[in-house]
Design a protein around this ligand. Structure first.
Ligand SMILES: [Zn+2]
Length: 472
């Protein structure tokens, strides 16, 4: 096997790097290869946006899934919505490599490939259920049904976090007496999900090994969503007791998988990280949180915690953050540093590893983290070496809206670092945004700020279009 891809939704780089002693197998991948935090495209809760960008090498607005919804159907994306000749499985198949996909997010219904796709979507939330693609059982195309004899069992049923009702309170009671929530948030709040995580990974482990013996592939790609599910409900715990246990469970799985499959190269990655709402709105008054955070009305806010009650019935304390974890290691990779890496580069890097020409309409780059025995094929895709230009964006609307403009600018400009020129009271909110490198109060004369470019942001609310007008 030339490449094993281990996709763990929301695995946070900080958690990994701060706890290497808890994950010796991951630590070894990091030690031998190139790893780091990298940027996913975050519009909100868009895991599917990111995974489809990896499969296609295209930005979310090009492949059509933004915020987990495919624009033409306004439902969760299916593989048929974005699949074309150049998806990673089709392009590898065309080059006579065999691929095996295990429960990749948004790869249902399974496609015809050289190899197989074991599909079936996870579904842990109380909305967006799509009966045609959600399945704990493996879904295979007709020609591949025979593989079912080597696949044992199915994914376990997921536990649900305790709701306010389970804990004996109503939302209104907590709104008028918010401090109660600090006691309800026990560090082991969603501990029961750990056993589920372990079983879910074990389903993959046993079956990936047994199918690889019968039908070996060159690229095997597995995905698991449970880490993200746990993190959403555990981010209030700054000590990460439960997430550290999840990391150890994951590490054991990775060690066993690599031992059994013995791949030449391993790509371990997540699609984004997680932050607690409190990290995003640090030490701020309720008033500022309410102003800066569009969903504040659905939240219970105390000095220690911000808890969102809504999307799922449990006590949500975390949401997706920009930085995912990524690590390339194995024969083809050197011990090197990753810099300015983004989601669309993953596709490009995988094609480069397989020495396949990258289609010309892909914007991803290649970083030279390859070992000496790999000569670069796609030389024109090498990332340019340059220092980032410092640009100032003038805050021209309320924070929650302006953060969207920042996202957009960040996405369009890989070689610029963003500084915000805005209202002093929101300084901490802007600085907690991973896309923002620094902040200047708009009480300072803008002409005294030394930077390469200054932009005014024009946000057309009718067309939803955002324009950046260079003023200096
Ligand atoms: Zn995700």
């Amino acid at each position: 096997m030339k490449l094993l891809v281990i996709g763990i939704d929301a695995l946070m780089p900080e958690l990994v790097y701060n706890n290497l002693e808890l994950c010796p197998n991951i630590a070894q991948l990091i030690e031998k290869g190139a790893s780091g935090a990298y940027s996913g495209y975050i519009y909100g809760h868009g895991s599917r946006d990111n995974w489809i960008s990896m499969y296609t090498g295209l930005e979310p607005e090009i492949h059509g899934t933004v915020l987990n919804r495919f624009k033409e159907t306004d439902r969760m994306p299916r593989s048929t919505d974005y699949s074309d000749d150049n998806t990673i499985w089709n392009i590898l198949s065309k080059h006579h490599y065999k691929v095996g996909f295990w429960k990749g997010l948004s790869t249902t219904p399974p496609q015809i490939v050289n190899g197989y796709m074991v599909a079936g979507e996870p579904h842990y939330e109380n909305e967006g259920f799509d009966a045609e693609i959600v399945s704990r059982k493996p879904i295979l195309i007709d020609d591949k049904q025979y593989l079912l004899q080597y696949i044992r069992g199915e994914e376990p049923i997921h536990p649900e976090p305790k709701t306010l009702k389970d804990l004996g309170y109503t939302f209104e009671e907590l709104k008028s007496n918010p401090e109660i929530i600090d006691n309800l948030l026990d560090p082991n709040y969603f501990e029961e999900a750990l056993a589920f995580f372990e079983k879910n990974l074990d389903f993959r482990l046993q079956n990936m090994i047994s199918v690889q013996k019968k039908e070996p592939v060159d690229l095997m790609w597995m995905y698991d969503a449970v880490f993200d599910y746990i993190a959403h409900f555990q981010m209030f715990d700054t000590d990460h007791q439960v997430l550290k246990k999840a990391l150890a469970i994951l590490d054991k799985f990775i060690g066993e998988l690599i031992d059994e499959l013995n791949p030449e190269n391993v790509l371990l990655l997540s699609d984004h990280g997680q932050k607690s709402y409190r990290e995003i709105f640090p030490d701020l008054s309720n008033e500022i949180v309410e102003e800066a955070f569009g969903l504040a009305k659905q939240c219970i806010i105390t000095k220690k915690n911000i808890v969102l009650i809504g999307r799922m019935e449990g006590l949500l304390t975390g949401l997706h953050s920009l930085n995912g974890f990524i690590s390339f290691s194995g024969k083809a990779f050197a011990k090197a540093k990753l810099q300015n890496f983004r989601t669309i580069d993953i596709y490009t890097m995988i094609l480069e590893l397989f020495k396949i020409e990258v289609p010309s309409n892909r914007n991803g780059y290649i970083q030279n983290i390859f070992s000496e025995d790999h000569s670069i094929k796609n030389k024109e895709k090498m990332i340019p070496v340059c220092t980032k230009k410092m640009v100032l964006l003038i805050q021209s609307e309320e924070v929650s809206e302006f953060n969207r403009a920042i996202n957009e600018f960040y996405k369009q400009n890989r070689f610029k670092s963003i500084y915000v020129y805005g209202e002093e009271r929101y300084k901490e909110v802007f600085l907690a945004n991973d896309q923002v490198a620094g902040f200047y109060s708009n009480e300072v004369n803008i002409n005294d700020i030394n930077c390469n470019e200054v932009y005014a942001v024009y946000h057309n609310r009718v067309t939803k279009n955002i324009q950046f007008i260079m003023v200096r």
